[in-house]
Design a protein around this ligand. Sequence first.
Ligand code: AMP
Length: 437
Amino acid sequence: MAAQKIQNIQTIRGFRDILPQQITTWQKIEQEAIRLFRSFGYEEIRIPVIEKTALFARSIGDTTDIVEKEMYSFEDRNSDKLTLRPEATASICRSYIQHKMYAADPVKKWFTIGPMFRRERPQKGRYRQFYQIDAEAFGIASPYMDAEMIFLLHTLFERLGLADLQVHINSLGCAQCRPVFQKTLMDFISDNRTEFCETCARRMKKNPLRILDCKVESCRNALEGAPATVDCLCEECRQHFDQVQTALAKQKVSCHVDNTLVRGLDYYTRTAWEIQTTSLGAQSAVAGGGRYDGLVEELGGPPTPAIGFAIGFDRLVEIMENMQGEPIPETKDLFIASLGEAAAEKAYHLASELNLWGIKTETDFRGKSMKSLMKRANKINARYVLMIGENELQSGTAILRDMNTKEQVSVEMNQNLAQEICRQINPDPASEYHLRR
Ligand code: AMP
């Protein structure tokens, strides 16, 4: 019987590999973000990727797109209803409450970086597994906290060299003034209900605020002249919003007040913002955040003001890649080209020793000819090649070749060989070699 051809298994729709040649930009962003988070007093937290479905339903909101349509939910073998996290805020709040982190000191500033899962329609820049860099701050109600977060985010993007950034900001009010706004909005739209899409008709009952950011054209038209949340803010919310903007203006972060910005999730109160860019074609948000003063209490904790943001890591990488052009190829400090068993053994031990010193060294144990070894040295962008053949083993001296200048020197193969190579190839000043000396 003819053997059946096995079909190659591929990634699922909306999921992707991030390959080694793409990773430099991811790491650069991560390092810059972590450095900045640390200086602003944020600590890292790592949370599970799976949580009870109820956590997201209760926090993000039953009527949001995420909960209604996009969550990867399943029943575990014991019938527990579980969900792959679609965002990090809910889990971080759960953790804050579960570990009573508020007990000794309610002020906590945390960040986390990792994958999120939403079953959205995959398209360019939109994935079903995507990554977010997320920061949350608990226990501080002051508008300076809001300003500091937006400033931090803006600074990170500046440090990464992003141009064309617009900070869109809005205030969604609080439990006191939001109902006033909702009533004003409902009065405005009650006359022309038929002009709204089906989704908005549902939102009118459950979450009228979200009508404001509907992208359907007839809804956009029907909303012309609609009241804005900022028109209905109570005195405290008004002052809070003004102070955030004044602080940011002093820090030279210009903000555009965007009345349609309500964010997709139910838990936001007061300040909400997005950082938008046109560098990926149509205007899109590369990060978004907001204050959520009621969420910790809603999830069973004590009343705790809180605020946070999430950066779309995939989008940020794409923007950076567009700016950088071709990725800079990875280089190696040294390639050891050895011929024969005895030389291979020597090469193995020498490469290990140099790698421990942070000298990027490679060798090849496949028994290739000197010609193909030199080809490989070129292919991996080795700055130097150390050649060890039978003759070199007998004479006790190997040849070190500078691949740029083509100059060659002889080096003694004694116990100081690794040291001598380091001296000759003058490694990166930040390498272990220099640190240990
Ligand atoms: P959100 O949690 O919806 O406020 O999203 C915060 C940021 O995450 C957005 O501004 C996007 O940059 C990014 N993001 C959200 N959903 C996706 C997705 N499906 N694929 C890629 N990035 C996403």
